[in-house]
Ligand binder design. Structure first.
Ligand code: ATP
Ligand code: MG
Length: 272
């Protein structure tokens, strides 16, 4: 396995010898991962290799059959769910909202971990919801039922809900799915701001290798339930790795904007 870290930041979130699966079948087997604090880490890999399983395990939604997930040095399984939800927010790959729930109500649900019987919805909650909707340009959708939105609008609304949670750690499973390229770039610029200006730690899953390379401090390349390479995009994105992880024949050039590695698949190439 290739492991190249450019800078050492203490990991607030760590998988140690993590083994996770479903109904007796193992997906991740003894996986180790340190999530770099304040940085953007992107997990890539072929369909079914275990990316979402890893994210769910990191967020305490799946209980490991072996090993541990450590949040701030403590086993995440021993922490109260609400306590975890104030520190770590997960946008799952295919979230579902109750029928008829409005956008404003869905985004407000991001504030639940901050409430209790003695602490009702406050001005700070209102402000967090408003700010999350501004950042995702979803304010004009506030009164619409979530189930009436287009795929891309819905995706932005779910991102707003995750941001309203105001956690230091944000896990996003394919946040750009359904988004047109302009909105995808907006979301990734927002991720960049969250990391650089607000010190958030972001772990996301993306399929677009070129956007992943451009927006990530570190990439984690998975295949068949394990990590095959990990490190700064410029250090790890090679034709050999793409062949090993994806079975993809490709060349890697410098992105003319910014110089990140850019993957150009060979495939069938014909002038049109
Ligand atoms: N709830 C579940 N019950 C049983 N098996 C599951 C469940 N969720 C995922 N799996 C299986 O676990 C393996 C890993 O799935 P996972 O969703 O983690 O893949 P992924 O890398 O996120 O793929 P994709 O790119 O398609 O989203 C697959 O074989 C999948 O069929
Ligand atoms: Mg997935």
């Amino acid at each position: 396995m290739t492991t190249i870290h450019r800078a050492v930041h203490p990991a607030r979130l760590r998988a140690a010898d993590l083994t996770v699966g479903y109904d007796g079948f193992t997906v991740l087997d003894g996986l180790d991962l340190d999530v770099l604090t304040g940085r953007v880490t992107t997990i890539v890999g072929p369909n079914g290799c275990g990316k979402s399983t890893l994210l769910k395990a990191l967020a305490r939604l799946l209980r490991p059959t072996g090993g541990t997930v450590l949040l701030d040095g403590a086993d995440i399984a021993s922490r109260k769910p609400k306590d975890v939800a104030r520190t770590l927010g997960l946008l799952p790959q295919a979230p579902t909202a109750p029928d008829g729930l409005t956008v404003a109500d869905l985004v407000a649900r991001g504030r639940h971990p901050h409430q209790s019987w003695y602490r009702q919805f406050s001005g700070a909650d209102d402000e967090a919801v408003r700010s999350a909707m501004d950042l995702t340009a979803t304010r004009d959708l506030a009164d619409r039922p979530v189930d009436s939105l287009s795929g891309g609008q819905r995706q932005r609304v779910w991102i707003a809900m995750t941001l309203a949670q105001e956690t230091d750690l944000i896990l996003l499973d394919e946040p750009t799915t359904y988004l047109d390229l302009a909105h995808a770039v907006d979301v990734l610029d927002l991720v960049d701001d969250l990391s650089r200006e607000h010190g958030k730690t972001v772990v996301m899953v993306l399929h677009d290798l070129n956007l992943a390379a451009r927006y990530s401090d570190s990439m984690v390349v998975m295949a068949a339930g394990g990590i095959v390479a990990e490190g700064a995009p410029a250090d790890i994105m090679t034709p050999d790795l793409l062949s090993e992880a994806f079975g993809l024949s490709a060349t890697v050039v410098d992105d003319p904007v910014g110089g990140a590695p850019m993957v150009v698949p060979i495939g069938r190439c014909r002038r049109r």
